[in-house]
Design a protein around this ligand. Structure first.
Ligand SMILES: Cc1cc2nc3c(=O)[nH]c(=O)nc-3n(C[C@H](O)[C@H](O)[C@H](O)COP(=O)(O)O)c2cc1C
Length: 204
């Protein structure tokens, strides 16, 4: 079902792109058959080699957009050397795309700890067991590592691995794209201007 055009666009008139994101995201969470939090994350190495992969959005507010991952992974290494990223959501049901660009900062340890504590125990164990993106001899090597870590923690609480971090993309640009008939799409780009935001319509 096509979402109400007027609701989306009146929100867009607000100078605050986070309010519009909230409106669109809430609608995507209601209408998307799959996970509306899934977003592509693009990073680049210091020599300009881009890489993109999916991650899950775990927090969004005026401070930025949060995901969690292993700092030792290729994306973690990219971000350590070049702390800028781009995110892209595609919500097919509502015919919308949101693109976000900005610098990336670490989520404070207490916030990351609090989020990690909400994860299922086996996901917590998995975070300890995985050497993300390193070669493995096969599935069994992961299963062995999971068994080892499960024994190590026994029945006690599983703390957050020190290399498993939250990253916040602090946006300086957010673009909202809404599909219209005959590819006469709406595009609005919000650009940070000090403490405020400027909005610019773009040709589709
Ligand atoms: C829908 C979806 C969501 C994902 N969410 C995450 C995530 O939140 N964090 C993460 O580290 N990897 C996530 N992954 C796996 C990544 O896409 C990727 O394979 C992994 O992080 C290694 O990336 P890298 O080698 O570029 O560092 C997700 C994959 C999919 C398909």
């Amino acid at each position: 079902m096509r979402p109400a055009y007027s609701a989306a666009m009146s929100a867009a008139a607000a100078p605050n792109p986070f309010a519009l994101f909230e409106t669109w995201f809430a609608e995507a969470q209601r209408t998307e058959p799959d996970d509306a939090t899934a977003m592509s994350l693009a990073t680049a190495s210091p020599d300009g080699r881009p890489a993109v992969r999916m991650v899950l959005l775990k927090g969004a507010d005026a401070r930025g957009f949060v995901f969690y991952t292993h700092a030792t992974s290729p994306k973690g290494r990219d971000l350590a050397a070049n702390p800028r990223a781009a995110l892209c959501f595609h919500w097919a049901k509502s015919e919308r795309q949101v693109r976000i660009e900005g610098r990336v900062v670490h989520v404070p340890a207490d916030e990351a700890d609090a989020y990690f504590a909400t994860r299922p125990r086996l996901s917590q164990i998995g975070a300890w067991a995985s050497r993300q993106s390193e070669p493995a001899s096969g599935r069994f090597e992961l299963e062995q590592a999971v068994a080892r870590e499960s024994l190590r923690f026994g029945v006690g609480a599983v703390p957050r691995p020190p290399q498993w971090l939250g990253y916040r993309v602090v946006p300086d640009e957010i673009e909202f794209w809404h599909q219209r008939a005959f590819r006469h799409h709406d595009r609005q780009r919000f650009t940070r201007d000090g403490a405020t935001w400027r909005m610019q319509w773009l040709f589709p």
